[in-house]
Design a binder for this molecule. Structure first.
Ligand code: GAR
Length: 203
């Protein structure tokens, strides 16, 4: 069974969608540990509620970024984590961490990448005036919100959308495609070739 480690900084609804998919038997994987850089993250409560190990690793408790990341890696290693899931983890990981888990880190971002990287992606989409927005699951490389794209889902932008209304429709799609992307990985159907992800239909 694929062992997952989830990193989350906030409310953890994407984490919840993965917990739910595992519980429903739709995703053959096990969440071994949830780690947060924020002591008050709702994600930690969600993990604890489902008897998943929940760990706070506070950046302020370490002298430098390398020690902070090493503490996270130690927690992941202790749990034999094979795939690292960034679910609203708002800290940029260093090349050291990315290389350690090369091609074994996934992220979800609330835009159709490569458009609207960074914070407030939904507001960026509204400000630009795009008619279609969405979300992206991708493998993480050393850039911010870059790396080989695994799945995307599109959402229509409405005339009267606010950041909140658009974000909430995109979030519904996030909750659908994140477990789906992890499932593809768990089934060995993802192949990275020339910086692109190929999805193998059957083995
Ligand atoms: C989600 O919308 C996720 O796509 C976004 O943060 C939110 C976390 O929500 N991530 C990023 O913007 C990463 N660049 P959640 O804590 O309820 O899953």
């Amino acid at each position: 069974m694929l062992k997952l480690g989830v990193l989350a900084s906030g409310r953890g609804t994407n984490l919840q969608s993965i917990i739910d998919a595992v519980k429903a038997g739709e995703l053959e994987a096990e969440i071994e540990v949830v780690i947060s850089d924020n002591q008050d993250a709702q994600a930690l409560e969600r993990a604890a509620k489902h008897q998943i190990e929940a760990r706070y690793v506070g950046p302020g408790n370490y002298d430098n970024i390398q020690d902070f990341e090493q503490a996270i890696i130690d927690q992941l290693e202790r749990n034999d984590v094979e795939l690292v899931i960034l679910a609203g983890f708002m800290k940029l990981l260093s090349p050291y961490f990315i290389e350690y888990y090369q091609s074994r880190i996934m992220n979800i971002h609330p835009s159709l990448l490569p458009a609207f990287k960074g914070l407030h992606a939904q507001q960026q989409a509204l400000d630009y005036g795009v008619k279609v927005a969405g979300c992206t699951v991708h493998f993480v490389d050393q850039g911010m919100d870059t790396g080989p794209i695994i799945l995307q889902a599109a959402v229509e932008v409405k005339e009267d959308d606010t950041e909140e209304s658009l974000a909430s429709r995109i979030l519904e799609e996030e909750h659908r495609i994140y477990p789906a992307a992890i499932k593809l990985y768990a089934e060995g159907k993802l192949e990275i070739e020339g910086g692109k992800v190929k999805i193998k239909e059957s083995l």
